[in-house]
Design a binder for this molecule. Structure first.
Ligand code: NAD
Length: 438
């Protein structure tokens, strides 16, 4: 292992793929919905309902910053659909958050929950700011004011947020505590399930922190078995080394897969002799980024996408793989830890080049699945062992992987369209039974 010499990291290059022009994430999701609806003969009225979110909540709230000034923040909570159960989905803190992106991400949560057979609908929220540029105390005040502003729009039986990019278990502890303090003493202990992804001592579950990475790895091992591909000795490119990217790299290292290049919002690093994912994960936990990690050579974003490896794991933002990146990538598999990392044009190039894609709606649904286990444990005042959580997750991911593969073969569509398709079939069955109020 050669992770011992300090390197300087260049400033990050633009995060968006440059090759595909303006990216309209929500429009891309609507186009996939149309394709999948066509593939599974969805009644047109259901496509119409699902093409827009049910509720779009926007709140503006003031926060006192450490220097005494007052800053106004804009927060979103999009509630896409609640046919199957309470809205469910993460809260994102990132400087690029837009209403359009949150609408896209909320719709994807509807598909994920339906695909995974969870009694949840889809939602997503976020605040447009850079969490790396505020202090811990400011972060706490921003979180508490946001959740206070959301008020009774959320709740354990209404809408259940969770961590996403820029938020974590600590954020969820503040969110839960804020909500608990608004419902009065009588109900305080009954509302732990208002958010998931909490720290274990505050009502979280074993296995949630690594759940998205763990679920992604189950999909990758299923793919490897299907393709007769040996994970032992294989190589990985990982973009984004936060929750999803780092846990995926750590878990895959147990199968003998080596991370040889990583990138985040501060830049990209290459180490042909492989990174130690545990050490890099510890570094990121301490320093909030890979910057300053004493191992690997600083490379550009363009160089990162040209490195020959077996598997690319996007685990950062959407719209990272446009035509240029898809043409440059020399991998066999793109396993989408992030939501929407491939631009539709980039996806087309990857598929034309024979590169497999494990689509986000399937591949990163381990997080919401274990969030559901947390919610059930909160309801029943239980705490399950890690073994129990892990074995339930494994069965759930493998079942979903099989169902998506079967529909893709039957309808001759991509795995992405098939993942949407399985979800839509489940939603259609319920709409068919209940019909539309009044
Ligand atoms: P995180 O905040 O823990 O990590 C995000 C990572 O992306 C960080 O390493 C950050 O530096 C990097 N990043 C940010 N901007 C970047 C840029 N411009 N270029 C390159 N890298 C950049 O977030 P996370 O929870 O790991 O989420 C990552 C992705 O996975 C998101 O798309 C999220 O929606 C998706 N996801 C997360 C979960 C979950 O359980 N956390 C579940 C499903 C999907």
């Amino acid at each position: 292992m050669s992770d011992d010499h300090p390197v300087s990291i260049p400033a990050a290059t633009p995060s968006e793929s440059k090759s595909s022009g303006k990216y309209e994430f929500f429009k891309a999701i609507q186009a996939y919905l149309d394709q999948a609806a066509h593939a599974v003969d969805l009644p047109p009225y259901i496509t119409t309902i699902l093409s827009q979110p049910k509720n779009e909540i926007i709140v503006n709230f003031p926060v006192r910053m450490d220097d005494g000034s007052i800053r106004l923040f804009k927060g979103y909570r999009i509630q896409h659909n609640n046919l199957l159960g309470p809205y469910k989905g993460g809260i994102r803190y990132h400087k690029s958050v837009t209403l359009d992106d949150i609408k896209a991400l909320a719709a994807m949560m509807t598909w994920k929950c339906a695909l995974m057979n969870l009694p949840f609908g889809g939602g997503k929220g976020g605040i447009k700011f850079d969490p790396n540029e505020v202090s811990r105390a400011e972060l706490q005040r921003i979180t508490r004011r946001f959740f206070h502003a959301l008020g009774s729009n959320i709740g354990p039986e209404t809408d259940v947020p969770a961590p996403d990019m820029g938020t974590d278990a600590r954020t969820m502890a503040w969110a839960m505590d804020t909500y608990m303090n608004t419902v009065g003493q009588l109900f305080k202990q009954a509302v732990k399930g208002v958010v998931t992804g909490k720290p274990i001592a505050s009502g979280g579950t074993q296995g949630r922190e690594k759940a998205t990475g763990q679920g992604l790895v189950h999909c990758i091992t299923e793919w490897a078995e299907e393709r007769d591909f040996q994970l032992g000795g294989s190589t990985l490119l990982v973009q984004g080394f936060g929750n999803v990217g780092s846990h995926t790299a750590v878990i895959l290292s147990k199968y003998g897969a080596s991370t040889i290049a990583v990138g985040d919002h501060t830049g990209y690093l290459y180490n042909p002799e492989r990174f130690n994912p545990h050490k890099l994960q510890d570094h990121v936990k301490r320093n909030r980024s890979i910057a300053g990690y004493p191992g690997g050579k600083a490379i550009t974003r363009e160089e990162f996408f040209r490195i020959k490896a077996d598997i690319f794991i996007p685990a950062a933002l959407e719209n990272q793989v446009g035509v240029d990146e898809a043409s440059a990538l020399q991998v066999r598999l793109v396993a989408e830890g992030a939501n929407g990392p491939c631009h539709p044009d980039g996806e087309r190039v990857l598929l034309e080049r024979g590169i497999d894609i494990l689509p986000d709606v399937l591949a990163n649904s381990g997080g919401v699945t274990v969030s559901y286990y947390e919610w059930v444990q909160n309801k029943r005042s239980e705490s399950w062992s890690l073994e129990e959580v892990d074995s339930r997750l494994e069965k759930a991911m493998k079942r979903a992987y099989r169902e998506v593969g079967e529909l893709a073969r039957q309808k001759k569509v991509s795995l992405r369209v098939a993942a949407y398709g399985v979800a839509l079939q489940r939603l259609a069955a319920v709409y068919g039974e209940r019909e539309i109020f009044p």
